[in-house]
Design a protein around this ligand. Structure first.
Ligand SMILES: Cc1cc2nc3c(=O)[nH]c(=O)nc-3n(C[C@H](O)[C@H](O)[C@H](O)COP(=O)(O)OP(=O)(O)OC[C@H]3O[C@@H](n4cnc5c(N)ncnc54)[C@H](O)[C@@H]3O)c2cc1C
Length: 445
């Protein structure tokens, strides 16, 4: 990551966003021989959302291994570093115009203007907020989106409250429901406005079923109460879909709590396209802004990082064609949503469970004595019946060469479920359990 003091740069390829999509795009473009290449990210550390996703479930397609988000990122970074790909951090792209031409505001270099032959936009997504859910009430402290809560707890090591109500059973909501419990928070209730768990099957099993949490379906928080801090929420039954959804009069009830975590879904972030953001992206992943390609969550929300990376590579292939002057195959066709969807992502709603759900991999096989699909599945079923074991993941501070470093910790082997909370506490205090864990730097100091 070499410093560069020019305030004007000519590039073959500019990649905006150093997450799973942007880094994979950069590696691919480099391997095609592109050297005039720059990746920028507004964060002080590359990785995007991967850094805070400390649970396993990443990389089954891309690396053929079950990795945590930080482990997946470490692989991508190692590949990028090996190629000496320039990644400019703490640098925000604030404008994108015809050309394509970009304006960057960099912590180190000030305003930088970039003329590129092609741009890959891999700027990730936003979380939907209480405004999107139309939750009424006051605006006290203690209301978080699930991703914010994940960042504050996992990356910064904060406590965000004590008694929590969760709205939404998307994957982030499920993952955070488990995380909060392992961290010693009291999860009072999980509400879901639909009739089914929205996230992946393996997350339902590990984050709700394991903790014997039954979500309250067709229920939503309709009002938040509290002056400086959340004091409680009003919840009501909901009827109807999407914009038609309405609380049913007379079903309201009060739940006292000090924290609200909202998992209401993600929205692609391609604001930099300006007015063009609402126009279709074609099958080459090319936007209506000439020379600008879009990939990852910026284009469509991916359940798995593997899909975001694969789409980043595809966008890089097309962007490299453009740099080389190879005409893009003419297409009027819009890109096909879900084309990069992993065969590993099995939504909970698609499955009627009659046996034990195998969580060794995200395929989510339903195991019975008559139907066992693989050796690992057979071992899992046996273990599950004897004594439930789970891979434990958490974060903690450690000291490395005199510096306090935030690390993601992952148990080398599945641990007895019954003692997971205890183990998480021990890891925090540097207890003996640490020997059974692997640690990955998540970039916070
Ligand atoms: C909570 C959660 C749990 C998940 N769990 C799993 C899982 O178990 N397994 C799995 O495989 N996948 C999981 N995923 C999905 C996967 O992590 C994502 O789909 C994938 O990592 C998205 O990558 P991305 O590169 O598209 O976006 P991001 O990771 O969001 O990266 C976008 C980057 O762009 C940068 N950026 C944005 N705007 C600008 C700008 N204007 N200028 C400069 N930089 C900018 C951001 O700082 C960010 O670093 C999960 C996702 C979430 C949110």
């Amino acid at each position: 990551m070499s410093p560069n003091h020019h305030h004007q740069r000519q590039l073959e390829l500019l990649i905006v966003g150093a997450g799973a999509a942007g880094l994979a795009a950069a590696i691919r473009a480099w391997d095609h021989g592109i050297r005039s290449l720059l990746v920028v990210d507004r964060d002080p550390y590359p990785g995007g959302i991967l850094r805070q996703c400390i649970h396993t479930g990443f990389g089954l397609e891309y690396y053929k291994e079950d990795l945590t988000g930080p482990e997946y990122l470490a692989r991508l970074r190692a590949e990028a570093d090996k190629r000496r790909i320039e990644v400019m951090l703490e640098t925000t792209v604030t404008g994108l115009q015809e050309g394509p031409r970009a304006t960057l505001i960099s912590h180190r270099h000030g305003v930088v203007r970039v003329d590129a032959q092609a741009v890959v936009l891999a700027t990730g997504s936003y979380e939907r907020t209480r405004e999107n859910l139309r939750i009424a009430g006051s605006r006290p402290a203690g209301v978080f989106t699930a991703g914010q809560a994940q960042q504050l707890i996992n990356l910064f090591g904060y406590r965000i409250g004590k008694r929590v109500v969760v709205q939404g059973t998307g994957d982030i909501g499920l993952i955070m429901t488990r995380r909060l419990q392992l961290e010693g928070y009291e999860v009072l209730a999980v509400f879901e406005r639909l009739r089914f768990v929205v996230g992946l099957l393996r997350n339902k099993v590990q984050c709700l079923d394991d903790f014997e949490i039954e979500p309250q379906f067709e229920h939503q928080i309709v009002e938040i109460h509290g002056a400086s801090r959340v004091a409680g929420v009003t919840v009501a039954q909901i009827k109807g879909c999407e914009d038609e959804a309405r609380p049913v009069a007379g079903t309201e009830r009060l739940v006292a709590c000090d924290t609200v975590v909202l998992s209401a879904g993600l929205l692609p972030n391609r604001e930099l396209l300006g007015l063009a953001q609402d126009e279709p992206i074609d099958a080459n992943l090319h936007s209506s802004l000439d020379g600008v390609f879009v990939a990852g969550n910026a284009l469509e929300i991916h359940d798995l990082a593997d899909g975001a990376s694969a789409q980043g590579e595809y966008a890089a292939d097309r962007a490299v064609d453009r740099v080389r002057g190879i005409p893009l195959q003419r297409t009027v066709e819009s890109h096909r949503p879900g084309q990069f969807r992993s065969r590993w992502s099995v939504p909970a709603r698609d499955v009627v469970t009659t046996g034990v759900v195998c969580i060794v991999c995200p395929r989510g096989c339903i195991l019975t004595d008559e139907d066992i699909r693989c050796r690992r599945g057979a071992e899992f079923l046996q273990q599950e019946r004897r004594d439930k074991h789970r891979v434990t993941t958490t974060t903690t501070w450690i000291h490395m060469n005199g510096t306090r470093v935030r690390v993601a910790a992952r148990s080398k082997l599945p641990q007895p479920f019954a003692v997971q909370k205890q183990i998480v506490r021990q890891i925090k205090h540097g207890g003996r359990a640490a020997q059974q864990f692997e640690f990955t730097d998540v970039g916070e100091r």
